[in-house]
Each structure stands twice: as structure tokens, then as C-alpha cells.
Design a protein around this ligand. Structure first.
Ligand SMILES: NC(=O)c1ccc[n+]([C@@H]2O[C@H](COP(=O)([O-])OP(=O)(O)OC[C@H]3O[C@@H](n4cnc5c(N)ncnc54)[C@H](O)[C@@H]3O)[C@@H](O)[C@H]2O)c1
Ligand SMILES: O=CCCC(=O)O
Length: 511
């Protein structure tokens, strides 16, 4: 007993001391200002807005609440920087990007602490995101030096045709709060490697990681103006977004966020015919066929569904269980879910952190009420959880079954730790059900039938499919959705960097 107690105390002290270390050192990354043209600046209007810790509602710090004038100035700086940045060789750009990536990896603990502080995700996941985010910078540094064109015989003997790929110019980027580092590096890494310069508007809930990344970019000697961050509150997002999507100097708008916002930004970007990359919402099917290895499927669902407390665009949303395997799957799932720890992301062992804000909690409550009203059965969870002061928005991992396609959980992106299960009979039925939505980001299925694996992978109307696999994202794989889930691809061999390159055809007359 005595031994057990002292080992518990030792563990707690260890976790407290490493937490204290991270919390004090991340502050060296922050200036409570925005970052434009290599400098830490205030908003032209002198205003700022607060950033809160979603786990306890406490103020973390304030950052500038910038507006249209600041966005326009940042674009102008990025335009000047573009002229020099495009003139560097791909290897010179790659060397700077590699330095940036190394500094990010070196400061992993500090960045992870900062991310848990502003986003709430468990520290282990934040560390994972730092590594994931850094991987994109490394990947694109390597992609940048291998951009190639074509040489073709012309239509007549005296002609040769060449294709060149050239950087587009200033890129405007608007990013979400759920992956405060990786959604920036997946875009900015590609754009910078291609020779473009960048103005980012990070999400109002998580501007700090974005700013810390800039400090590290400056430490890595990326030139002033190559990477700029314009911070603003939600009430100024439309104003800053309008500048980024309409200023003629911006040649590309890359957005990750909700489909509704994406549609608005697309419309705005059309006024100057900008290139666009849109990574929007999903409603991923997760199908378990009778032949599946149920333990693997349950483990896969837990991993994919509860990543970032269910607030991930590729999270499984509609869980389709073939009738013979359904009860077994749900029983095992509920057993695992009952063991999951909800808590402050800094607490050792926490698997689910807080939801990002009160609106996210209200949405879960609405979806759950709708499910119950339509005859759904709550098999696990179903309640919010009080953690610490009670100011955060924590929710139990929840499993609901017996739902139909009229339910809100079928129609909407849940974006929280709520598993909504549906039953099906045949392969044809489930493919039809899975494709019955307007978005198409990711899809997953578990089956031991090789023929079925090919057929279903081909038939799902989504951009990414996991077959007996629940993690589809990496810097190596193209990331992007079909239909209302977006336009274009991020990462992958060729695809991610091509988004930021203009194709030019040169016809040479030899005569
Ligand atoms: N496909 C992907 O890669 C991907 C990745 C992460 C999140 N998402 C999606 O994002 C959504 C959740 O994120 P969210 O709620 O923060 O999305 P959101 O669209 O509300 O916000 C995303 C970003 O857009 C900004 N924004 C909001 N309104 C704007 C406007 N009028 N003009 C300019 N900018 C504006 C926000 O400030 C934020 O920076 C989910 O639907 C999720 O699936 C998609
Ligand atoms: O939430 C969206 C991005 C998640 C990912 O890159 O896997």
C-alpha cells in the first residue's frame, strides 16, 4: 500500500514538473502580437481579443484583433517577399524549410503544451500533431526540389513544346481550430516550397500555435514577409476573409473549415478568379461487414472516432453495422468506451479533452435529443461531464444505436465524441446509405472479403478510404474530399505542391 502510494505520488510529481516546464517555456514563443513581415505587430486599430483555455475557461492571453487594413498590409508585404522568394532555388528554399521543421521538432514539448492550452486536446495528441505538422514541412521541402515539367515533340517538325511550373504568388490561408498546427503546415509548407508567400488567418480559438510557428520560422531565417499571420476575432473573420479572397494580389485561397464558410469564400474568390483549395466538412461512413475482424474494427473506430475528442473532419460519423455482427460490435465498443478517461488534456491518461466551446456542447445535446426522439437507444455515455471548475465543456464518449436516415446524426457532421450506429443487410444497401449525403471526405470499412474490399473502395463517393484501416492521413497520401467536401488535394506525391504552381506552356520554333 505504502509502495503503491509513493509510486503514485512520484508519477504525479513527474507529470506536474514536466507540465510546469512546458508551460513556462512555451511563453518564450509568444509575444501577444501578430506576426507580419518578420515583425511582431499590433492591430492598426489597437484592439485585441482574448484566447481562453477550453478546459477551464481561463484567459490564456490576448492577441491583436486585426481588420481589413492589416490584412491588406500583410498581403503587400507578402507580395514584396514573393519577388525574392521565387528567385531562390528550390534547394535554397528546401534548406530553410528543413531548418524550420527541425526547430518545430526541437520545441515539440512547448508547442504541444501551447496547443493543449488553447485547443484542449490531450497532450499526447498535441505531441502527435506537432510531429504530424512538421512532417508536412519536411515532405514539401523534398517535393519542392523535384518539381518537373514536360518536353514534347510539337505538331510540326520545327516545334518543341515545354511545360514550366511556376509559383503563383501570394496565397491567403484560412484555417480551423481543430488542428492548429497541421492545418497550417500542410498548406504553408506546400506554398513556400513552391516559391509562394503566405498570409494566414488562423482560427480565433487557436491563434497561438500559428504565431509560435511564425517565431520558429523567423528563427529558421525564413525571410520577412514570406509567412505572415493576421489574427482576428470571430466578429472580424468575415472582414479579413473578404480581403484575402478579393485582393487581386492574392493568387490562391486555401481554406480548411466548414462547408458553409467554404462556399462563401469560394463565391468571394470567384470575383478575381483565384485558384482555390477547399478542405471542407465530412460525414464519413464507417462500415463493419459480417466477415470483419470485430476487435480490429472496434479498435479502429476508437482510434478514428475519438481523435481530438471527435472533432476531426475525417472522424467516422455514421457507423453502419451489418446485422449479424452488430450486437457483438456494439457490446465490445461500449466496454472500451466505458474505460475512456475524459479530463483536462494536461492530466496524465486523458483520452478525451474538452469540446472547443459551448456551441459544440449544445450541438451534441441537440443531436442526442433528436436521436432519442426518433427511437435511438443510448448504450453508453450521453451526459456532459464536470471537470475541475466546471467551466469547460466536457462530454462523455457516447454510443447511440437504432437510428435511421431521418436522424440528425445521419444528416449532419457530428464533430464530437458521439458514435451513431445504424444497421444494414447487404453490401448494395450500405453503399447506397453511405453515399446518401452531399459531402464525401473520408470513408472506412472492415471486411475479410478481398473482392468486397475492391468493390466497396471503388463505390464509396469519398476522397479517402480506409480498408481495414482507420488512419488515412499522412504527408505521403493525397488529402482531399469529393463533392461538398472540397476542391483540390493537400499533401501526396505531386498533388499538394501542384496546387500552388501555375502551369505554363512554351512552344519553341526551331526554324
Ligand atoms: N476537410 C478538412 O481538411 C477539414 C479539416 C479541419 C476541419 N474541417 C471542417 O471544419 C469544420 C469545423 O471547423 P470550424 O467550425 O472552425 O469551421 P468554420 O468554417 O466556422 O471556421 C474555419 C475558419 O474559417 C474562419 N471563418 C469563419 N467565417 C468566416 C468568414 N465569413 N470569412 C472568412 N473566414 C471565416 C474561422 O474564423 C476559422 O478560421 C468542420 O466542418 C470540419 O469538418 C475540415
Ligand atoms: O480535421 C481535419 C484534418 C485531420 C487530418 O489531417 O487527418
Amino acid at each position: 500500500m505504502h509502495l503503491l502510494l509513493s509510486s503514485q505520488i512520484a508519477r504525479t510529481l513527474l507529470s506536474l514538473s514536466s507540465r510546469a516546464m512546458s508551460l513556462s517555456s512555451y511563453k518564450s514563443l509568444l509575444r501577444e502580437k501578430a506576426f507580419v513581415n518578420g515583425q511582431w505587430v499590433n492591430a492598426a486599430n489597437g484592439e485585441s481579443f482574448p484566447v481562453y483555455n477550453p478546459a477551464n475557461g481561463e484567459l490564456v492571453c490576448k492577441v491583436p484583433d486585426m481588420g481589413a487594413a492589416d490584412a491588406t498590409a500583410a498581403i503587400a508585404h507578402a507580395q514584396v517577399a514573393f519577388e525574392a522568394w521565387r528567385g531562390k532555388t528550390p534547394s535554397q528554399r528546401a534548406a530553410l524549410l528543413h531548418s524550420w521543421e527541425r526547430l518545430i521538432q526541437d520545441r515539440c514539448e512547448d508547442l504541444a503544451a501551447l496547443m493543449t492550452l488553447e485547443n484542449g486536446k490531450p497532450l499526447a495528441e498535441s505531441r502527435g500533431e506537432v510531429a504530424y505538422g512538421a512532417s508536412f514541412i519536411r515532405w514539401f521541402a523534398e517535393e519542392g526540389i523535384r518539381v518537373t515539367g514536360q518536353t514534347l515533340q510539337g505538331p510540326t517538325p520545327d516545334k518543341r513544346i515545354f511545360t514550366l511550373k511556376q509559383p503563383q504568388g501570394v496565397c491567403g490561408m484560412i484555417t480551423p481550430w481543430n488542428f492548429p498546427a497541421a492545418m497550417i503546415t500542410r498548406k504553408a509548407g506546400a506554398a513556400l516550397a513552391a516559391g509562394c508567400t503566405v498570409v494566414i488567418k488562423p482560427a480565433e480559438d487557436t491563434p497561438l500555435t500559428a504565431l509560435a510557428l511564425c517565431q520558429l520560422a523567423a528563427d529558421a531565417l525564413l525571410p520577412p514577409g514570406a509567412l505572415n499571420v493576421v489574427t482576428c476575432s470571430r466578429s472580424r473573420a468575415a472582414e479579413v476573409g473578404r480581403v484575402l479572397t478579393t485582393d487581386p494580389a492574392v493568387k490562391h485561397v486555401s481554406f480548411t473549415g466548414s462547408t458553409d464558410t467554404g462556399k462563401l469564400l469560394l463565391a468571394q474568390a470567384s470575383s478575381t478568379v483565384k485558384r482555390v483549395t477547399m478542405e471542407l466538412g465530412g460525414n464519413a461512413p464507417f462500415i463493419v461487414f459480417d466477415s470483419a475482424d470485430v476487435d480490429k474494427a472496434v479498435a479502429g473506430l476508437i482510434q478514428a472516432k475519438f481523435r481530438n475528442t471527435g472533432q476531426t473532419c475525417v472522424c467516422p460519423n455514421r457507423i453502419f453495422l451489418q446485422r449479424r455482427v452488430s450486437q457483438k460490435f456494439l457490446a465490445k465498443l461500449c466496454e472500451r468506451v466505458a474505460e475512456m478517461k475524459v479530463g483536462d488534456g494536461f492530466e496524465a491518461g486523458t483520452q478525451l479533452g474538452p469540446l472547443i466551446n459551448a456551441a459544440a456542447e449544445s450541438k451534441l445535446e441537440r443531436l442526442l435529443a433528436d436521436a432519442k426522439q426518433r427511437g435511438g437507444r443510448v448504450l453508453a455515455g450521453g451526459q456532459s461531464v464536470k471537470v475541475g471548475s466546471g467551466a469547460g465543456h466536457f462530454f462523455q464518449p457516447t454510443v447511440v444505436s437504432g437510428l435511421g436516415r431521418d436522424s440528425a446524426c445521419f444528416r449532419e457532421e457530428i464533430f464530437g465524441p458521439l458514435v451513431a450506429a445504424f444497421e444494414f443487410d447487404s453490401e448494395a444497401d450500405v453503399v447506397e446509405l453511405a453515399n446518401d449525403c452531399r459531402v464525401g471526405l473520408a470513408g472506412y470499412f472492415y471486411s475479410a472479403d478481398v473482392g468486397q474490399c475492391w468493390r466497396v473502395a471503388e463505390q464509396l463517393n469519398v476522397g479517402m478510404v480506409g480498408v481495414n484501416e482507420s488512419m488515412v492521413s499522412s504527408c505521403i497520401a493525397p488529402f482531399g474530399g469529393w463533392n461538398e467536401s472540397g476542391l483540390g488535394s493537400e499533401s501526396g506525391v505531386g498533388y499538394g505542391i501542384e496546387e500552388y504552381l501555375n502551369l505554363k506552356t512554351v512552344v519553341l520554333n526551331l526554324a
